[in-house]
Design a protein around this ligand. Structure first.
Ligand SMILES: *Cc1c(COP(=O)(O)O)cnc(C)c1O
Length: 404
């Protein structure tokens, strides 16, 4: 007879948005009511306010609110005139939209491997790729194997920590590439020089998917840019490319952000730094608990780069026996997630790109070893310590022997 499984001592969900909502509900409901009363749902004052505030927040000049983080990336690519015959260098270890949007324009995603510590694209790998697999032809950078023109670089600030941008920007300058930052997970993250996400590239793209640090009540996103002409072009492409209305020099789309979402985001933006600060404090609790637990051989906590301001959209460890650990944690009432189990170069829809297993060993290893732990702002110290205790119990000698 097997023993009846005991109820977990504590529940620690991966994410629970309810306490955050409860704390700000009266303000949120008031702005929703105001939009309802105005019946102005499309590109109204809340959108303009949000655009201006987030442009300033990310030390950029112009904000263009859009329908999602995915559409922010797509709009940025379209705005830089990237399409069939072109290629964009990016990382295979990211959310699907990064490469999905490149492919949707008709351009080719070209992958370069990541740094094992930060999981962000490796500037050294990009340099090697450009030197060994690309060549200059008539002033353009051409990817030899596919014959595509490499037009842009799309780094992703994964989990809320910036890619060190200097080496990537230097490469982009040398090779004449545009830079689109996928800052979907990194709003408010800064480097050691206090430069914020979105301020480095030609365009910075944010997502307000509810799980992001600044989450809408549904889908929303935003592009930022310092380039006035580009900002204007993005605004036109956001409304089907019509300017003046019903006159289309370009084919755009409906990429608009809703006024209701902008209103909610304008309230939540007041709290963003405080929430991100609490995430960072939670990360410190984990770091200390892991150091005390003596799990160095089993668990690698995520390092923050010196001087960088990490906003911890996710707290992602590397773990031995990751999948068994995940099951153990689920049974103990702890929610976790795997970001991302299959690197993009191995996705079926990208088989036409011709990549093979083994092409990007660091990305493939990360996909096998990483596990995201609960990190949202409202977690208690007890909950955080409980997560580490559960991980310690999983690796304890007795538990290991029982699994062997
Ligand atoms: C969330 C995310 C996106 C897409 O944003 P949506 O708002 O969900 O469309 C793109 N890239 C990365 C890295 C993301 O995490």
């Amino acid at each position: 007879m097997t023993e009846k499984p005991q109820a977990p001592a504590m529940r620690v969900p991966l994410l629970d948005l309810k306490p955050q909502y409860e704390a700000i509900a009266p303000r949120v409901r008031a702005v929703i009511d105001a939009v309802c009363a105005s019946q102005q749902f499309i590109l109204g004052p809340e959108v303009r306010t949000l655009e201006a505030r987030l442009a300033a927040y990310s030390q950029s000049r112009f904000g263009i609110g859009v329908s999602s983080g995915t559409d922010a990336l797509l709009l940025a690519l379209m705005g830089l005139d990237i399409g069939p015959g072109d290629a964009v260098i990016t990382t295979p270890y990211t959310f699907f939209a990064t490469a999905g949007t490149i492919a949707r324009t008709g351009a080719r995603p070209l992958f370069c491997d990541i740094e094992p510590e930060t999981f962000n694209i490796s500037a050294a790998a990009v340099r090697t790729f450009i030197e060994q697999e690309c060549e200059r032809r008539d002033g353009a950078l051409v990817h030899r194997a596919s014959g595509t023109r490499v037009k842009a670089l799309m780094p992703v600030h994964l989990y809320g920590q910036l890619c060190p941008m200097e080496p990537l920007l230097a490469l982009a300058r040398e090779s004449g590439l545009r830079v689109i930052e996928d800052a979907a997970q990194a709003i408010g993250a800064r480097d050691a020089g206090a430069r914020p996400a979105g301020s480095f590239g030609d365009v910075g793209c944010f997502s307000f998917f509810p799980t992001k640090n600044l989450g809408a009540f549904g889908d929303a996103g935003l592009c930022v840019t310092a380039d006035e002409a580009l900002a204007e072009h993005l605004q036109v492409l956001r409304v089907h490319g019509g300017k003046p209305k019903y006159h289309h020099a370009f084919i755009g789309g409906n990429f608009r952000i809703d006024e209701l979402q902008a209103a909610v985001l304008n309230v939540k933006l007041d709290y963003l730094d405080e929430w991100s600060q609490r995430r960072a404090e939670n990360a410190r609790v984990y770091d200390v608990a892991f150091a005390r637990a003596g799990l160095e051989a089993q668990v690698v906590p995520p390092p923050a780069l010196p001087g960088f301001h990490h906003i911890y959209n996710q707290y992602v460890i590397r773990a031995r026996e990751r999948d068994a650990l995940r099951e153990h944690l689920a049974a103990a009432g702890v929610g976790t997630e795997i970001y991302y189990p299959i690197p993009l170069h191995l996705q079926k829809c990208f088989a036409y790109l011709g990549y093979r297993s083994g092409d990007f060993p660091q990305s493939e290893r990360a996909a096998r070893e990483t596990l995201a732990l609960p990190i949202f702002p409202e977690l208690s110290v007890e909950q955080l310590n409980y997560v580490v205790e559960c991980i310690g119990a999983f690796y304890s000698a007795g538990a290991r022997a029982a699994r062997a």
